[in-house]
Design a protein around this ligand. Structure first.
Ligand code: SF4
Length: 386
C-alpha cells in the first residue's frame, strides 16, 4: 500500500512541497517506518528529533520530544550530546532552535517549504518602514534618559529570525502564546505603547484579558501608507497590532461555538489565542497548546470539550482521553495547518538516511548578526517570569 503521502490535501499541494529524490516516493507504510526506525537507531544519540504538536501522526511518532516551539528549542539546547537537531515543524521554529542551539549542533528542517503563513505576514523591510513611519509621526522609538521609550516592539515567536533580530536591536522582546501577558507587562514597564507583531489576534486577546480597552488598540496594516492609521490614532493607542493572522485559527467562528453548545449543553469550549477575539470571548477558556493539553488532562471524568486549534493536536487529545472524556474539534471539518503537513515521513526518511551517509540536507543557519540581535530578544523573554 502507498503511504498516505498523497491523500487529497497533499495531491492539491504537492507542487508547494520540496521535491524528493525518486527513490523516496511511493514507499509502503511498513518500509517507511522500518527505514526511519533503522536510520534513527544507527544515528543513536547523535540525533534528536523534535515534533511540534501540530505535526501529523506518521511523523510525530518518531519524535524524541513533542511540544510547542519554545519548549522544543529548549529541549534541543539541553540535549548536548545530539549533533543534529531534526525539527519537525516549520521554518521559524528551526531558526529559533538554531539561535538557541549549542555551538556543535546543526539544525535541520525536513521540508524547506514548511513555512508559516503568519510569520510570512511580517517582512523585515515592512517592519523597518513601519518603524520609520512611527518616528515620522513623532513617536519615540529609542529609550530616553529614564530608560523609557515611546514604543516597544514585541514579536510573537512565530516570526522570522530577521524580525526577532530587529526587535532585539530596538529594545524589544519575543513572546509565546504561553507568556504573552507577562511579556507585554514587561514591555509596558519600559514604554508607553507596544508594537505587537505579527499576530493581531494574540495581541488583541492578551491586551483585552489585561484590561486594555479596545479603543486603545489599533491595527497597523503594513500594506498601507502610514499603516493605514493617523498620527492622533497612534498617539492614543496603547497597543499597535500588526495586521497578521494565522490562517488556521481564524477559521473558527462563533457560529461553530453555538452549534457545539446546542449539541453538548454541558460541554466546554477552549480556544487558542490565535483565534479571533469574538471566538475567544464566546469560549469558556483559552490558552496556548500546552495550556489546552493541561486543561483537558486536569478536567474531571466525563467532561466534553470542543477544542479550537490545529486538528492533529485535537485528534491526539481525543485518542489519549477517550472514552473518559469527549473531545471534538470546534470546526467540524477540522482546521489543518497545511504548511506543517508538508513535513512528510518521506522527507524525514530522506533527512535521516542522508545523515547516516554523512550528508546534511536542509541545514538551517541564521546569519551571525541576526542571531546576536534575535538572541537579545529571546533572552529578555527567558528572563521574564510568567
Ligand atoms: S498553525 Fe498558524 S501560526 Fe501555527 S504554523 Fe500553522 S500557519 Fe503558522
Amino acid at each position: 500500500m502507498d503511504i498516505k503521502l498523497l491523500n487529497q490535501v497533499e495531491k492539491e499541494s504537492i507542487g508547494e512541497r520540496q521535491p524528493l529524490p525518486e527513490k523516496y516516493l511511493r514507499l509502503s507504510d511498513d518500509e517507511m517506518d522500518a527505514r526511519i526506525a533503522a536510520a534513527k537507531k544507527t544515528l543513536g544519540e547523535r540525533v534528536v528529533i523534535l515534533g511540534h504538536h501540530y505535526q501529523r501522526d506518521e511523523v510525530i511518532k518518531f519524535a524524541d520530544f513533542t511540544g510547542d516551539s519554545l519548549k522544543l528549542s529548549r529541549e534541543a539546547a539541553n540535549r548536548h550530546e545530539a549533533e543534529f537537531i531534526v525539527f519537525c515543524g516549520v521554518h521559524f521554529m528551526a531558526e529559533s532552535a538554531d539561535i538557541l542551539r549549542q555551538p556543535h549542533q546543526k539544525v535541520v528542517l525536513p521540508d524547506l517549504a514548511a513555512g508559516c503563513s503568519m510569520a510570512d505576514m511580517a517582512a523585515p523591510d515592512q517592519l523597518e518602514m513601519a518603524w520609520r513611519e512611527l518616528e515620522q509621526m513623532g513617536i519615540r522609538t529609542a529609550p530616553v534618559e529614564n530608560g523609557k521609550q515611546g514604543v516597544v516592539p514585541v514579536t510573537y515567536i512565530n516570526s522570522s529570525a530577521a524580525i526577532k533580530a530587529f526587535v532585539g536591536a530596538h529594545g524589544g522582546i519575543v513572546c509565546t502564546s504561553t507568556n504573552a501577558a507577562a511579556v507585554m507587562k514587561w514591555a509596558w514597564e519600559r514604554g508607553d505603547k507596544l508594537l505587537m507583531l505579527p499576530d493581531q489576534h494574540l495581541g488583541r486577546n492578551t491586551g483585552w484579558k489585561m484590561g486594555v480597552p479596545l479603543d486603545e488598540m489599533i491595527v497597523w496594516d503594513p500594506n498601507e501608507m502610514w499603516g493605514g492609521v493617523t498620527a492622533p490614532q497612534v498617539e492614543k493607542a496603547k497597543l499597535i497590532l500588526w495586521k497578521g493572522h494565522c490562517s488556521v485559527h481564524t477559521r473558527f467562528t462563533t457560529a461553530q461555538v453555538d452549534v457545539f453548545r446546542k449539541q453538548y449543553p454541558a460541554g466546554k469550549v477552549i480556544a487558542h489565542p490565535e483565534c479571533t477575539l469574538d471566538v475567544v470571548q464566546a469560549s469558556d477558556d483559552s490558552g496556548s497548546t500546552e495550556y489546552i493539553i493541561n486543561a483537558v488532562r486536569n478536567s474531571p471524568s466525563g467532561t466534553t470539550w470542543a477544542v479550537a486549534t490545529e486538528v492533529h493536536l485535537v485528534n491526539r487529545l481525543r485518542e489519549e482521553f477517550s472514552p473518559d472524556k469527549t473531545i471534538v474539534t470546534l470546526d467540524p471539518f477540522g482546521c489543518l495547518c497545511s504548511t506543517m503537513f508538508r513535513v512528510s515521513p518521506n522527507h524525514l526518511l530522506w533527512i535521516l538516511e542522508g545523515l547516516v551517509e554523512g550528508q546534511v540536507h536542509n541545514h538551517i543557519t541564521v546569519p551571525e548578526d541576526q542571531k546576536r540581535d534575535a538572541k537579545l530578544a529571546l533572552d529578555r523573554m527567558l528572563a521574564v517570569r510568567s
